[in-house]
Design a protein around this ligand. Sequence first.
Ligand code: ARG
Length: 471
Amino acid sequence: MTDTTSSQPAKAWSGRFTEPVSDLVKRYTASVFFDQRMARQDIRGSLAHAKMLARQGIIAAQDLADIERGMTQILGEIERGEFAWNLDDEDVHLNIEKRLTALVGDAGKRLHTGRSRNDQVATDIRLWLRDAIDQILALIGDFQKNLLDVAEANAATAMPGFTHLQVAQPVTFGHHLMAYFEMSRRDAERFADCRKRVNRLPLGSAALAGTSYPIDREFVAQELGFDEVCYNSLDAVSDRDFAIEFCAASALLMTHLSRFSEELILWMSPRVGFIDLADRFCTGSSIMPQKKNPDVPELVRGKTGRVNGSLIALLTLMKGQPLAYNKDNQEDKEPLFDTADTVIDTLRIYADMITGIRVKADAMRDALKQGYATATDLADYLVKNGLPFRDAHEAVALAVRAADVKGCDLPQFSLDELRAAMVHVPGAAERVKDDVFGVLTVEGSLASRKHIGGTAPEQVRAAIARARTQG
Ligand code: ARG
């Protein structure tokens, strides 16, 4: 900004233009109504830049003092909701710079020395996203803590484990919940890893080629808490990988919570009846008075679609862009903000919702009586008594068929009935002894899976203890 005449153009860049943009184009190209969310980060970045300019003798100490005074005032105006955001000034950067100049005069006009909005906006987004990631990591921690409490209370609560949505083998509800703990642990790792690449400083790259002023980028990086600087100015102003990574990590996190939601919805259906959800996460129907609908998990499942959409939006945004900065990049913010908002709200709600799960242990146990959940245990028993596994598999398949005909579960057979059912598999019947009923019980089945990662209650408790110490 060099114009000091009284006939100041309305726009920071409009000196070379002979006609103003139309109102429609102004609205189409402006971002101030969504990028004002980065105002605090913009001010923080500007203050670090100004401090560096003063240290390097590029602006005077008095300029820095004026800029700091002006920015303090602007921050106060923003926080009190008094700042007048103006569409004519296009984006958060120009709005703040214009107000600064109105407040402190020439020092405000010197702030943009050695800088471009291209490296400025890239810096702002990274600062903003770093805060969002830190918030998400803390919220994953809250979610995990509550999940571990519910898992611990249900470390020995038996339920059917499913494959193909058919009863497969007994598991404990605590073990089932701990599967989601593992997913959340990977989510936390991914966000923490993404943060490393977010936390690099683009500022100093200026428009695309760097700047001729004797800047000190390391100093600015340190001031703003960045781990290092971005090492190529062209890449620095055009890179949005970090935003895409964030959306990818978010899409996976939402996918996990969407699967969890699908299970909560299924478990809460009266046809299954494994759990009830606290009323505060459900709504009624405007027409059917008896209804209690799991709206919150359904919306989590639904919002996963929008987060996936944002990931695709950002990938598509970048795929055709030549180096370096292009205005396309302004389209990065809404999907990014929306993704962070959605993940943050979803985690907050989820952490609370899982404490409101009421477990119906009797219904879970009843469900174990249908589907021959201990059939594998019977096969394993025969194997341990010397029968080859394939023969054992066949013998148990015959026993299940007989149980189907009789309309009972395996433990309800007498010893003779069980033997008779297997008679067509040589060597099977004589290997079945009285002690077989020990392995056919749900408790016996659960307790036997006592290796690391197994569903035995003692292992579930060990997994919870490990999770509590390792996070
Ligand atoms: N509002 C713009 C954005 O979000 C700031 C950078 C604009 N730079 C430019 N040369 N037009 O990307």
